[in-house]
Write a protein that binds this ligand. Sequence first.
Ligand SMILES: Cc1cc2nc3c(=O)[nH]c(=O)nc-3n(C[C@H](O)[C@H](O)[C@H](O)COP(=O)(O)OP(=O)(O)OC[C@H]3O[C@@H](n4cnc5c(N)ncnc54)[C@H](O)[C@@H]3O)c2cc1C
Length: 467
Amino acid sequence: MIHEATGYWIHEAGHQPEFPSVDGDHRFDVLVIGGGFTGLWTAYHLKSREPDLEVALVESHRIGHGPSGRNGGFVDAMWVSFSSLVKRYGDQQALALARASERSVHQVGEFLEHHGVDAWYRLSGYLNVSTAPAWDDSWKENLTAMRAAGISDGPHELSPAQVQEICASPAFRGGVHYGAAATVQPARLAFGIRDAVQSLGVTMFESSPVVRVEDGGPDVMVFTPGGRITASRLVMANGPTLAGAGSPLRANVTLASSHMVITEPVPDVIEQLGWTGGEAISDCRSLLTYFRTTPDGRIAFGWGGGRIAAGSRRFGRAEHDSDVVAGVIAGLKRYFPMLADRRIEYAWGGPIDASATHLPHVVEMPSGRSFAAFGYTGNGVGPSQMVGRALSSLALDQRDEYSKLAFIEPSSALTRVPPEPFRWIGGAMIREAIGRKEEAQLAGRSVDPVSALVARIPALIGFHIGR
Ligand SMILES: Cc1cc2nc3c(=O)[nH]c(=O)nc-3n(C[C@H](O)[C@H](O)[C@H](O)COP(=O)(O)OP(=O)(O)OC[C@H]3O[C@@H](n4cnc5c(N)ncnc54)[C@H](O)[C@@H]3O)c2cc1C
C-alpha cells in the first residue's frame, strides 16, 4: 500500500503543469487566495461574468493538490443538513439554500460537459445507512424538517431490504436516499476547473503562501515571500488555514481531518454486493465513514475520524496518519468482509475545516472589500460551486440570488469555536470519547458513562457534530 499525503486521485490524474510563483509587485482587480474548489470556482465565475476583469489566484502549494483533489468525490447537495439549516436560518432561507445546493450538483455536471472534462461524473444518488440500532432513526429529524417545510418528494426512507438491493453489505440496516447527488474523480474535477480558469485568462501563481494581508487602505495588499499583490477586492478561499493565527476568522474555524483508502480493482465484489448503480454511501456516525465505487471497479472508503489539528496545522498527522488509516481499513473490512484478502493500493488524508454549525459560511469582512468562505465540514465538493457563485457576486458587488443566500453573514454574526489550546485539547478528548461510544454502538455493547458524557459536550456548548 502506498501511504502518502496526496493519494490516489492526484496520482491517477497524472502529471500537471506548474505555474510560476509570485515575483515582485503585481496589481489585479480581484485576487483569490487558495487553489481548491472554492477559489477555482470563484475565479471561474468572476471571469465568466466579467471577461475584462483582471483576476489572479494565488496558491501556497500546488493548485488542486489540497483537500479538493483528495476527497471522497461525493458531490452532495445540502438536503442532508436541512434541519441544521432550518435551525439557523428558518424554513424559507433553508429551502433557498438547499435548492441552490441541489442546482450546484447539476451545475458541476454541466460544467464538465461544457468543457469536455472527464471527471467520472455520475449522478448516482447518495445513501445514508444505519449500521447499528442506535442510528436507526438518526435521519428522522432531517426528514421531519423537510416535510414541515413542504418538501414531500425527494429524499425518502428505505427499508433494510431496499438498502440491500442497492448494496448488500451484511452491516447495513435501513437508510435514507438523497437523489440529488453525484460522484466525481475529485482531482480531475479540480484540474478541469483550473484549465478552464486558465483559458479564461486568470493569472495563477503556485508555491506562493500568503503570509500577511493588509485590508486597511483603499486597496487590499497581500504579501508572499516572493512579492506583493495589490487588489481592489480579495476572496479568501484558503479554508483550513483560516483557522490559524493571524486569520480574521480563527475564532470561527476548527480543523479536523479525514483519511481514505482505495482498493485494487474488485469488480467481482461490487457485482456480488449488487452495488452497480454507483451510489455514494455513508453511515450515520458522527465520525462518519463514507464509501463509493469507481468506474474501474475499485472501492474508495474514508473515515472522518482523523485527529483534531492544533491551530491551522494542516500537514503532519492531518494528512498522513498510520493509526487512523488502520481504523479506516478496519471500517472497510467491517462493512465489506469479502474484501479481507484484497489489496489496498493507496491511503491518504487531509484537513477538514469545520464550523461550529457544521455548515459552510460566506463572510463579508468589515472593510467591504474582502470576502471569505469556510466551514464545509466535509461537504464542500458540491456546495463550493454555489459558494463560488456567491463570492463572485459579492466581489463584483452584484446583488443577485446568490449574494442574497442566507449563509452570507458578517463575521460578527458567526458562531465561535473555543479558543486554542482548549479547541485542540478539548477537541481531542471529545473525538476519543465519540470514537469509543461509536465503537461500542457498532459492537452492540453498552456505552461507558464517561465516554457518553464527554461525547455530549459539543451539543451542550452549541457545537454541531455530525450531519
Ligand atoms: C479525505 C477527505 C475526504 C473528503 N471527502 C469529501 C467528499 O466526499 N465530499 C465532499 O463534499 N467533501 C469532502 N471533503 C471535504 C472537501 O474536500 C472540502 O470541503 C473542499 O475541498 C473544500 O475546498 P476549498 O477550496 O474550500 O478548500 P481546500 O481544498 O482546502 O483549498 C484551499 C487551498 O488554499 C491553499 N492555501 C491555504 N493557505 C494558503 C495561503 N496562506 N496562501 C495561499 N494558499 C493557501 C491550500 O494549499 C489549498 O490548496 C473531504 C476532505 C478530505 C480531506
